[in-house]
Structure formats: structure tokens, C-alpha cells
Design a protein around this ligand. Structure first.
Ligand code: HEM
Length: 219
């Protein structure tokens, strides 16, 4: 493991570390019923998720879904070579790839339900709540709370998985997600390149969608 290789670009790292911050902030602002801050936090999360999905198609190599979403055989083969295998992935391994998809789906559900959620008095509601009846909005609000518990469970599982790699397999994943660099065997090829035009495109489209949704799609 003698070459240090850049495996995560800056957008992926920013996306990643803003997730725990914003999830914590969203939870807190919901608890103290600071709904305007809860909405701002939700819109930022929505921006991040839309951005991450677009980046999954046009981002740098390790961000692309096509490069880490693998079939059942690849996952089984990967599990079979465990636990002796040395760290060798310049990106997500086949199992981690599916956990990324799972986490993104759960985060998307969290944001989507928030958009349609209606509060008990019908006042503190999501921007798209006008499109559903009061009762449907209330049911969606309950789903929104339920989904947060699911996200907590997913986060705990995520942290246990990372700890497993860090402690038992001595794979330095957390440092890699902070600095972008990972120590890998000689000859590993991540092929990381940050394309600023695509980055600008992804950011503008994501902001545009969040803006449209925040107006309640009434314009
Ligand atoms: C402070 C706690 C956290 C730590 C230490 C942590 C650590 C990591 C690490 C090391 C990776 C890279 C895994 C790999 O190499 O395959 C990763 C990926 C990821 N984590 Fe976390 N994580 C934390 C919190 C969270 C939270 C709260 C979420 C949201 C539910 C989350 C969602 C993700 C996602 C979606 C990825 C994939 C990154 C991408 O390709 O976009 N993480 N995390």
C-alpha cells in the first residue's frame, strides 16, 4: 500500500460531511419547532441530494453510479474474498456501492415526504402540501418522522460498517473521505478528474429545481 491516490473529489466530500451536520440541524430545528430553519435545512439537503444524483451520472469516476453499482455476482464475489483481502478499492467496493444507493433512497424519501407534510394545525407545512388533502398531508408527515428513524438506523449501521473497516481491516476510509486520498497498492488507477463545467451545470440545475419546488410549483 505505497501509493497515495486521490479517490474522492471535493464535491463528494462536501456532500458527505454536510449530511450529518444538516441531519442533526434538521432534527434539532424540528424539536424546537423552528420551522423556517427546518425548511432551510431541508432545502439544502434537497439541493445536496439532487446534486449527488446528477453527479452520479456526470461527476468524476468514483462518484458515478455506473462505476460502483454492481450486480449480485460482484457483491457475492466480494464477500467471498473477505476478510483476508487487502484494501484495493479506489472508490466504493461492490457492497458499499449498494449501501450508498440505499442511503440516497432513504435521504430522498426523507426530503420528499417533508415537501408534502402538513402540520397538525395546517400552518407549518411543506411547500407542496397544497397539492394534497389535509389527511394525506398528515399521513405523509407521520411517514416523514418514521423515515427519520430509518435514517438513524441506517446511520448507525453505516458507522458500524466504517468502524469494522477501520479497526479490523485497517482500511483508512474516514481519512480518505476527509482528505480525498487513500493508500492503495502500486498501480491502482482511480482516474479522478474534476470537470468544472459539469460541476457548474450540476449545481445550477440542482438550485433551479430546489427553487421551483420551494415556490410550491405555483409559478
Ligand atoms: C460522522 C459520521 C460519519 C462518518 C465517519 C462517515 C464515514 C463515511 C465514509 C468513510 C465513507 C466512504 C465509504 C467508502 O469508502 O465506500 C462514507 C460514505 C457515505 N456516507 Fe458516511 N459517514 C458518516 C455519516 C453519514 C451520514 C449521517 C450519512 C447520511 C445518512 C452518510 C451517508 C453516506 C453516503 C451517501 C456515502 C457515499 C458517498 C458518495 O459516494 O456519495 N454518512 N461515509
Amino acid at each position: 500500500l505505497n501509493t497515495k491516490i486521490k479517490i474522492w473529489d471535493l464535491p463528494i466530500r462536501l456532500f458527505h460531511w454536510l449530511l450529518p451536520v444538516l441531519l442533526g440541524f434538521s432534527w434539532y430545528t424540528a424539536e424546537i419547532r423552528a420551522i423556517d430553519w427546518h425548511l432551510r435545512s431541508g432545502y439544502t439537503l434537497m439541493f445536496l441530494i439532487i446534486f449527488r444524483i446528477i453527479w452520479g451520472f456526470c461527476g468524476s469516476e468514483t462518484a458515478r453510479f455506473a462505476n460502483f453499482v454492481r450486480g449480485a455476482k460482484a457483491v457475492i464475489d466480494y464477500l467471498r474474498i473477505q476478510p483476508d483481502a487487502k484494501p484495493s478499492f479506489a472508490g466504493h467496493n461492490p457492497l458499499a456501492g449498494w449501501s450508498v444507493i440505499f442511503m440516497l433512497v432513504a435521504l430522498t424519501l426523507q426530503v420528499l415526504t417533508g415537501l408534502f407534510a402538513v402540520d397538525v394545525d395546517g400552518i407549518d407545512s411543506g411547500p407542496l402540501s397544497l397539492w394534497v388533502s389535509f389527511d394525506t398531508g398528515r399521513t405523509i408527515a407521520e411517514l416523514h418522522e418514521w423515515c427519520f428513524n430509518l435514517l438513524l438506523l441506517i446511520t448507525v449501521t453505516h458507522l458500524l460498517a466504517i468502524a469494522w473497516y477501520e479497526v479490523w481491516k485497517k482500511e483508512r476510509l474516514v481519512i480518505a473521505m476527509i482528505s480525498g486520498f487513500k493508500r492503495l497498492p502500486e498501480g491502482s488507477k482511480p482516474g479522478l478528474s474534476l470537470n468544472l463545467r459539469r460541476l457548474t451545470f450540476a449545481v445550477i440545475i440542482s438550485i433551479g429545481i430546489v427553487y421551483l419546488v420551494s415556490t410550491g410549483l405555483q409559478i
